[in-house]
Design a protein around this ligand. Structure first.
Ligand code: FES
Ligand code: FES
Length: 166
């Protein structure tokens, strides 16, 4: 995958593909890079301050807020966006559970909810309700669909345990 936008090549992996992206400004954020240079619009711009979670991606498998991470700060790292988690027909268990639970109203927060939950359940597929609530407490949903989201993540945990069963 390549994108042409200027001078300094930035090398990283995005959704399993090696990328070399020229001319990324020093001040560019990871969110700007994935949305504007790579056209991956799963991550959303919400607060731009690291406080709402709408922009969440995985950096080496860890949930991170792309709006406050310098793009050059993730050189050489593996980035996963919502697009890399799963695709229609081959949803990640968390995506499938959110669809099954109909856990959305406007859907703006869902990228962050899904990515945060996926990172948690990859580490701990037996996460308790309290652990899930704690993990998602920094992800804001202005529509108030928290009950449905919690239900979806608990369903997803069951799916993750099945996928991870030896
Ligand atoms: S847009 Fe990144 S945390 Fe709100
Ligand atoms: S469903 Fe609208 S912000 Fe969460």
């Amino acid at each position: 995958m390549t994108a042409s936008c200027g001078v300094e090549p930035l090398h990283l992996e995005v959704n399993g593909q090696a990328c070399s992206i020229p001319g990324v400004p020093r001040e560019a954020t990871l969110l700007h890079l994935v949305r504007n240079d790579l056209g991956l619009n799963g991550p959303k711009y919400g607060c731009g301050l690291g406080q709402c979670g709408a922009c969440t991606v995985h950096v080496d498998g860890v949930a991170a807020r792309a709006c406050v991470i310098p793009a050059h700060g993730v050189a050489g790292r593996a980035i996963t966006t919502l697009e890399g988690l799963g695709t229609r027909g081959r949803w990640h268990p968390v995506q499938a559970a959110f669809e099954d639970a109909q856990a959305a109203q406007c859907g703006y927060c869902l990228n962050g909810m899904v990515m945060q939950a996926a990172a948690l359940l990859a580490r701990d597929p037996h996460a308790s309700e309290a652990r899930i609530r704690s993990e998602l407490s920094g992800n804001l949903c202005r529509c108030g669909t928290h009950i449905e989201i919690l239900d979806a993540v608990q369903r997803a945990a069951v799916g993750m345990r099945e996928v991870m069963r030896p």
